[in-house]
Design a protein around this ligand. Structure first.
Ligand SMILES: O=C(O)CCC(=O)C(=O)O
Length: 309
């Protein structure tokens, strides 16, 4: 006879919604009698999320992250923004001049040697995102482009954390962009520029985000908020797992293996709606430029009430 698992979720073979899961969920952790009240309340909340997600998984249509074209403002609000459901809106910004113009040489010519902040020296620190402030570096833009032209990797990346500092330096690129009035108000986005191989570790955002892919391809792994119990929420918005594709991390955090995930591939012209609370990690496949927006036409204020560390 095999010993009962310490945590039945750990023994769960695959997706929520499989026969036997309800039994397993009811046996998680301590017995209700001995558990502190707060722990019981938390486990009941996890249970609710799990069974709701299991129900959604009954339908292929309901559980997918759809790829659509020509989505109206009202349909976006009704079917995606308000329900907090991710969607890829393909070819939404195909007509922006940036998609044709933004080669590395063109970017160098337009930005010149203006000082640009980036997140640097990341390779040596696995917590480079949590320790983001200590990784801020400033280089003339040409020197940054030389650095990332040297090869693919995750050592240096211009990210949203640098966007306020880079507003003036990157302003000459703005004229190559259009507007996304169907879903957004008019405001600046946050620009991400990096080589193939950049990696943004597993986290969720405190706002709804629209990720606009301008140059190159990215691969995004997305997981619903209901998977939080398997993703070891660590500091702030980050998962201690860091990378769901790294076997050495999965050995440390085996629950994460069973977390329901979606792989979303983005290419130039695609928009990904990433709702607040959805876990995601992002890898670039090529030299890549992305702009992220939070200025939706509808309220986007979850961050105000987030319980901080
Ligand atoms: O493109 C990336 O590297 C990360 C984007 C992202 O995770 C975000 O905007 O929350």
């Amino acid at each position: 006879m095999t010993a009962p698992p310490r945590n039945p979720l750990e023994a769960r073979p695959a997706l929520v919604g499989e026969p036997g899961l309800n039994v397993a969920l009811s046996r998680i952790g301590f017995s209700p009698a001995s558990a502190p009240k707060t722990d019981l309340a938390l486990r009941r909340r996890e249970w609710m999320l799990d069974v709701m997600e299991a129900q959604r998984a009954l339908s292929e249509e309901a559980r997918a992250i759809p790829r659509v074209r020509g989505l109206s403002s009202q349909d976006f609000l009704d079917s995606y923004y308000a329900p907090g459901r991710p969607v890829v809106i393909e070819r939404a910004i195909d007509h922006w001049p940036a998609l044709k113009r933004w080669t590395p040489d063109y970017l160098r010519r337009k930005v010149g040697d203006a000082p640009v902040e980036n997140q640097g020296d990341r390779a040596a620190n696995p917590d480079f995102e949590i320790d983001g402030y200590s990784h801020k570096k400033v280089l003339p833009f040409g020197a940054y482009m030389d650095l990332i032209a040297a090869g693919s990797g995750n050592d240096a990346y211009v990210t949203a954390n640098n966007s306020a500092a880079n507003r003036a330096a990157l302003a000459p690129l703005e004229r190559d962009l259009g507007h996304i009035d169907t879903y957004l108000t008019r405001a600046h986005g946050m620009m991400w520029i990096g080589p193939g191989g950049t990696f943004t570790p597993l986290h969720f955002d405190l706002t709804n985000n629209l990720i606009a892919q301008i140059v190159g391809r990215k691969s995004v792994i997305m997981l619903p908020p209901s998977e939080s119990a398997r993703l070891h929420h660590g500091r702030h918005v980050f998962s201690a797992v860091r990378d769901l594709e790294d076997e050495t991390r999965l050995v440390l955090y085996p629950l994460a293996r069973a977390a329901r995930r979606f792989v979303v591939d983005l290419g130039p012209g695609d928009l990904l709606y990433s709702p607040i609370g959805w876990w995601h990690q992002v890898r670039s496949r090529d030299f890549s430029v992305t702009i992220t927006y939070t200025n939706f036409r509808w309220p986007n204020e979850g961050f105000d009430s987030f319980p901080a560390d």
